[in-house]
Design a protein around this ligand. Structure first.
Ligand SMILES: [Zn+2]
Length: 80
C-alpha cells in the first residue's frame, strides 16, 4: 500500500508520515476528509434539486410539443 499525498499526488511509501515531495503530513485516517464532504454534498444537492424541480414539468414539455403539432397541422391544411 502506498500513501498518496492529497496535496501533490505523490505516492509515498506506507511507512512515512509526511509527503516525501512536499512535506504534507500524511494522516493515518485519510477517509475522514471525504466523509465530511459527502455529508455536506447531499444537503446542497437536495436544496439544489428542490429549487431546480419545476412545478409543472409535464406542462413545460407538452406545451411546445402541442404547439409544434398545431403549427404543423396549420401548415398542412394551408398546403392542402
Ligand atoms: Zn505531497
Amino acid at each position: 500500500m502506498t500513501k498518496v499525498c492529497p496535496r501533490c499526488g505523490f505516492e509515498n511509501p506506507d511507512n512515512v508520515y509526511s509527503c516525501q515531495r512536499c512535506g504534507y503530513p500524511l494522516i493515518e485516517v485519510p477517509q475522514r476528509m471525504p466523509g465530511v464532504q459527502v455529508q455536506s454534498q447531499p444537503t446542497y444537492q437536495q436544496q439544489f434539486a428542490t429549487r431546480e424541480k419545476p412545478k409543472f414539468p409535464l406542462l413545460q414539455v407538452a406545451v411546445p410539443i402541442i404547439a409544434g403539432f398545431i403549427i404543423i397541422a396549420i401548415l398542412l391544411s394551408i398546403l392542402a
